[in-house]
Design a protein around this ligand. Structure first.
Ligand code: GLP
Length: 257
């Protein structure tokens, strides 16, 4: 079973931050998988103010839009650079984002997979949750064993993400994303979801069947996954009280692990 933690957002951010710092302490060259979107931003802010040394650590992003120049403020190259690489002090050559250039897109997925393999895999992958159940940009119907590849974004995702652009017409129609199979190979997953708009899909992800129709439900197959939900995101869970009980009775203290 996934470890499910239901607490106020600030405490979840503290738990996730502590887990990452703990891993960095064990291995200064750790490989961190970073998500974009709003949810993980407070973790990056906390890591940045922790004073921890990420100069030898490596990072891999989950996804990128196809066809946005890297310098575009909403390209994930730009977002990762300004919210992770610079504030945490990663060396730019140690941070990898899938290449969304249409001219080289044919081999961009395989190139990215090779880079992950070359560092021995991702140690901790941070994940957000799309309102339609996507992780990375794996939209409903994505193969549960998929690898990094191009996907067509759903209208729902383009609508959700239009808040970052001037209008929905500016949101690209295609993306390149780590596959679900790729994500499942990370050694540890930390999935965070905040707010009422994630409640239904959090229930489907954790308590529904494993199905390509809810790509995030694939995390049920992972051996080491923590799902961090605030009260609103947890409000549709059937077994919320049991998850709270398990967390309170955790042997060895209340840290993720
Ligand atoms: C985006 C990203 C995902 C992210 C998700 C949720 O489209 N591609 O990696 O996890 O949607 O975003 P948010 O955290 O803003 O709700």
């Amino acid at each position: 079973m996934a470890e499910v933690v239901i607490l106020p957002q600030e405490q979840l951010v503290e738990l996730a931050t502590a887990q990452i710092l703990d891993r960095l302490h064990q291995n200064p060259e750790m490989v961190l998988g970073v998500a974009t979107g709003s949810t993980p931003m407070p973790i990056y802010e906390r890591l940045a103010t922790s004073g921890a040394d990420f100069s030898r650590a490596r990072a891999f992003a989950l996804d990128e839009y196809v066809g946005l120049p890297e310098s575009h403020p909403q390209s994930y190259h730009h977002v990762v650079d300004s919210s992770v690489t610079k504030p945490l002090g990663f060396k730019p050559q140690n941070v990898h984002v899938p290449n969304g250039n249409p001219e080289t897109i044919i081999h961009a997925g395989a190139d990215f997979e090779a880079k992950i393999a070359a560092v021995g895999g991702i140690d901790i992958q941070i994940l957000g949750l799309g309102t339609n159940g996507h992780i990375g940009f794996n939209e409903p119907g994505s193969s549960l064993s998929s690898r990094t590849r191009v996907k067509v974004l759903t209208e729902k995702t383009r609508m959700d993400n239009s808040r970052f652009f001037d209008s929905i017409d500016e949101v690209p129609g295609h993306c390149i994303t780590q596959g679900i199979g790729t994500i499942l190979e990370s050694k540890q997953l930390l999935l965070l979801a905040f707010g009422k708009k994630k409640a239904k899909i959090a229930h489907a992800m954790l308590e529904g069947p494993v199905t390509a129709s809810v790509p995030a439900s694939a995390i049920q197959l992972h051996r080491h996954v923590s799902v961090l939900l605030d009260e609103d995101a947890a409000s549709e869970l059937e077994n919320a009280n049991y998850y709270r009980y398990v967390w309170e009775h955790k042997l060895g203290g209340q840290a993720l692990g």
